[in-house]
Structures are given as structure tokens and as C-alpha cells.
Ligand binder design. Sequence first.
Ligand code: GLU
Length: 482
Amino acid sequence: MADVRTRFAPSPTGTPESIHLGFVIRALWNYAYAKKNGGQFVLRIEDTDQKRSRADTEAEIFKVLRSFGIDWDEGPDKGGPYAPYRQSERLTLYQEAARKLVENGYAYYDFEAPQREKEEIKAAYDSDEKLKELKIRPKARDERPEAALERVKNGEPYVVRAKIPEDRVFEYEDWILKKKVKFFGKEVPDMILLKSDGFPTYHLAVVVDDVAMKISHVFRGQEWISSTPIHLHVYEGLGESVPNIGHFSVILDPRTGKKFSKRDMTALFGVNTWTSQGYLPAAILNYLMLLGWAPKDNQELFTLSEFVAAFDQNGVQKANPTFNAAKLDWFNSQYLQKLSDEDFFVSARPFVSKEISDEILHKIVPLVKTRVKKLSELGEYLEYFYKQKEPIFDLTDKYKEHVTKALEALEKTNDWNLETINSQLTNLIGENNFKTGDFYMDLRCSIAGSRSTPPINESMEILGKDVTLTRLTDALSVYNKR
Ligand code: GLU
């Protein structure tokens, strides 16, 4: 097989916060396929929309991919044999290709389009209705090429459009969907290839670059399937052979069963939405690996290199997967548990109040590692370590007795450590025939003001004798005054 070369070709439009997990999946699968086959993975920035492309968004794309460990062999920041890798730096190539397409009868100049090209390009992506209108062939299509060339020479503004043959059937074999996909020429609009500002549209640039960069496998989102016939037409017009083209599924919003709306794509599926809550990149990535792809066995936990080794395009599912936040929680808790205490500390630190010192947090870490689904839970979960909260009393019928006796026993404990606390309280429970669960629940509710906390004896050890006794005394006096 010729060298496998895949690419991830994001458009850096929208704000940096709008980068969503779909970007990561696309990059991940392209990366995995290239690496699995000993090939190269290319990062190409498709910034042909001059108005909407942003340098900060491009920088964020680099950062996000790196935070997931997805690195590229060639790209705008790294260079490579087919540099530059930013489309805005390759304009002459597209202009040259457009000229060649016109010359070969695969495209034509349109002098009326420049006034409405913006709406037209937007409409083609946004609305099926508008797309229908675009299927009406523009008059310019039948203009004599010599006359058009004359107008170009005279400096009239123009766009270059694809000249799609009405009676042509376009066909390709989708290497992911594993089926032949057909399109009828009369259904395919004469889309703009080169805009009046000299910039290409996606349809021209993607083909020119996939050829120039020797991309062997195109692996992209299903939203691009309807533009494939235009691309096939351009490949043919340039006299180039077509790479393997494949499309993968769309991720569905669990609330609607449909595609995420643009807004929710950012809000619910945004990379930042999850990382900012303390979901670990490795856990998110592992979840994404299984969103639309299934391994041969039932393995669920994969590091990136394990995924690359296991990746097989036949495991890519045709049905659209639904985003499942509960499953993501499960992956995150698995990864949090696997962290070393030190790594957990480093990841957790930003989510925990500064009122808890590093020293104390180091002590707390082993108690909470297996108890949280995401790091952002820690803020509230650990609040009682520095803040006395309202006690809760309503749980058992022996509240007063439990707390009074615990106070007496703990007051007598001189050497304050986990061992002495454990033995004092175990003796107490035995002597009084207390129910262990009820006893500790009452202590927990008095000391932490919460029904769910890390182990309470360990908490008391960390809080220290004074704080523990104060909390129990205060809780008891509030209880007595009710
Ligand atoms: N620039 C396109 C995008 O952002 C790339 C599509 C493709 O992979 O061909 O979706």
C-alpha cells in the first residue's frame, strides 16, 4: 500500500471556546489510522474564510490537540515537505487550479455572482431551501469562454464556479460507510470554487491540498458528504486521482435524538465545558474513542497508544452515536482512581479552596480519589475542612446519645491520631451496643454538616482535636436548643 497519509483540516472559525469534542474525534481517528499503518498525520488549517478565521482559535486547536496527546507529523507550526499548511498562505495554488479547471471546461467565470457570493456560500452550508435555488444554473455557464477571458483581462470582478454536467452520475465507494454513494449531476449545484477576493472556497482548496499533500485517506464528518460530487468533479478536472474518501457518523444530542444545535455543540459538547469541570483529558479521550467506534472485544479502557494499536476502520459504526454524559462520568472516575496521589493532588489543586493548605490537601487526597466523578465536585465536598457548616440531625433516633458519648471519649484522647480515634470509638460502640452505621452517620452530620463525606475518622484526624470537639459541642448545643 502506498504511504498512508491522513489529515485533520479544521477551520479556525468561531471563538476558541467553541471548539467541541467533535474536533477531537475527527483528529483522533485520522491520527489513529495513520499511526496504525505507519503513516503520517497532517494538520492543515483551512482558513479560507478570511472574515471568520481567528488566530486565537487556531492556537486553541493546537493546544487542545496537544492536551489530548494527539500530535501531528506536519503542520503550520512544524512545517513539512508540503508546507505551508495554512490555506491562506497557499492562494496562488488555488488560483492556478481554478484557471486550469476553466481551461479544461470544468469551471467557468461568473461576473454576476460577486454581489451575492457571500449569501450564496453561506446558504449552501446552512439551508436546504437555498441549496435548491442554487441548483438553477447561472447564465454565465453558457457564456463563450473567450468572451469571459476578455472580461477577466479587463479587470472585472468574478468568481469561478464548478461546471457540473447535468447528465453526469458521480459515484465513489465510501471506505468507512462501505458502500457506493451516487449523486446525479442535475442535483449538484455549480458551487463557487474561487471567490472574488481571490480566496478559494472549501471545495476547491480541499481538493487542491489533498492532492498536493498526497493525502491517501480522507476521513471526515458526514456533513460533507453532499459536497463530495463537487470534489470528484474537481479531481477529474485537474486530472488527479481520487483518494479514499470516507465519512463518519454524527453525534446526537441525548435530549432531542438529533444533531446538536450550534449553541449546544459549544455548551454541552465543548471541550472547555468538560475540562473546566475537571474531567481528565485521558478520560475524555477514552470516552470519545468509543463514541462511534467499537473494538473487536469488549475492552473499554484504552490509552492513546493502545487505541492506535487496536484501531480498525471496520469498527467504525454506521449508526449515529448519542452523547452520554453518565458514561463520560464513569470513564473519568476510572481515570481519577488510577492517578497517583501526587498527580491527583496536582489536578485537584485548582478545584480546591486555598483555605485548604497543600499539606492538608495531600492528606485528603487518598480519602477522596475513589469517591468523586469529577474534580469540580471537590470544592463543595471538601468545604467542611475549613468551614463549619450547619449540622444535620434528623437521621437516627439516638443522635444525642451518640454525640454526647463520642464527645466524652474523644476529649479523653490525648494522642490524636487515626489509630487512637478508631480504637476509642470502636470501644464506645461496643460498650453501648450502638449501630455502627447510625453512630458514624450522626458524627458525620455534626462535624461536616453533610450526609456524604470522605471517611469521618480520617477527617477528624485531619481537622484536629480542637476543631472536632468544637464542632461536636456546637452541634449538640444547637440540637438541645431546638
Ligand atoms: N475545514 C473542514 C471542516 O472544518 C474540513 C472538512 C474535511 O475534512 O474535508 O470541517
